[in-house]
Design a protein around this ligand. Structure first.
Ligand code: HEC
Ligand code: HEC
Ligand code: HEC
Ligand code: HEC
Length: 189
């Protein structure tokens, strides 16, 4: 007797093939719509990529651009040992604060206890890979013990965050220790 469903061995194959053909046709129709225009001009290199990158809005700027508005900080920061440190490292990107040259949103400011972690990001002795002559390193609580203060003290109680040696130098001058003193510590050179 003949089998009832003669073709049952391959109808599923036909369905898969039809499905694949449908996907291929759909792909060919949609390709020109989704491909960037300049793609293919130079093979797989898309020349328009350069333009896209140059049109991307800038997020970061120089310290100079912050100082246009923050004149008081400018006076302090310029004279301090942090002169070379970027404002944006300790605060945030220019673009989060200023847009089209106008104030846009408040800039984050690290305050209180959190200042310790901010400073130690660069000054922690535990960062062993850094050459000691590049940035002066300290360890906690030793640094505070050397100054004879409690370990709860925060860095900005003695160091101006924008010019860390400002108050240290002023205190030494008040004590009559001039910059030329023989016992001047190495950090003052
Ligand atoms: C177009 C002027 C302008 C520029 C440029 C500018 N700021 Fe400001 N900034 C302001 C104004 C306005 C305020 C808010 C007024 C205020 O609190 O004194 C402010 C506030 C701040 C504050 C204090 C926020 C607070 O809560 O106390 C910080 C920190 C700050 N800006 C950092 C920066 C840094 C870093 C840059 C550069 C990346 C920068 N600003 C560039 C205008 C500017
Ligand atoms: C080493 C990290 C660091 C750098 C670099 C730095 N700041 Fe700050 N800034 C701070 C901290 C921390 C505070 C909060 C100080 C406080 O509460 O005593 C602050 C406070 C401020 C304030 C708020 C005013 C105030 O005294 O509360 C402004 C405005 C500001 N910074 C702008 C700048 C600008 C502009 C630059 C770059 C020229 C800059 N900062 C670079 C860490 C930094
Ligand atoms: C992004 C890294 C960075 C951060 C964050 C930072 N500093 Fe500095 N600090 C520097 C650099 C760079 C110098 C200059 C090093 C040099 O010229 O010898 C410096 C110098 C100093 C010096 C002078 C060292 C000496 O005797 O020459 C002190 C003190 C200091 N920083 C304290 C602080 C304090 C306090 C904070 C937190 C508010 C802080 N730093 C956050 C990078 C940083
Ligand atoms: C009680 C005051 C005080 C506090 C708080 C303090 N420092 Fe200092 N720090 C000083 C003095 C004073 C010096 C000058 C060097 C000396 O004579 O020991 C100094 C020097 C430094 C130096 C340069 C070290 C060197 O080898 O020349 C760094 C870096 C520094 N401090 C970072 C910090 C950081 C980061 C904090 C917070 C975790 C902090 N300090 C908290 C008083 C203080």
């Amino acid at each position: 007797m003949e089998p009832k469903y003669k073709n049952s061995h391959y109808t599923h194959v036909i369905r898969i093939v039809l499905g694949m053909v449908a996907i291929a046709v759909f792909g060919m129709l949609i390709r020109p719509l989704v491909l960037p225009r300049s793609f293919g001009e130079y093979g797989h290199y898309r020349p328009g990529a350069v333009e896209d990158e140059t049109n991307r809005p800038m997020r970061n700027m120089t310290n100079e651009s912050c100082m246009d508005c923050h004149k008081n900080i400018k006076k302090i920061h310029r004279k301090g040992v942090h002169e070379s440190v970027s404002c944006e490292v300790c605060h945030a990107s220019y673009a989060d604060h200023i847009q089209n040259g106008e104030y846009y949103a408040p800039m984050p400011v690290v305050r209180g206890e959190d200042i310790k972690a901010l400073c130690l990001r660069c000054h922690n002795k535990i960062i062993r890979a850094r050459p000691p002559e590049s940035i002066k390193m300290i360890a906690l609580p030793e640094h505070l013990e050397e100054q004879n203060v409690g370990t709860h003290h925060v860095c900005n109680q003695c160091h101006h965050v924008h010019a860390p040696l400002k108050w240290v130098k002023e205190a030494r001058e008040m004590m009559g220790l001039s910059e030329k003193d023989e016992d001047k510590p190495a950090w003052m050179n």
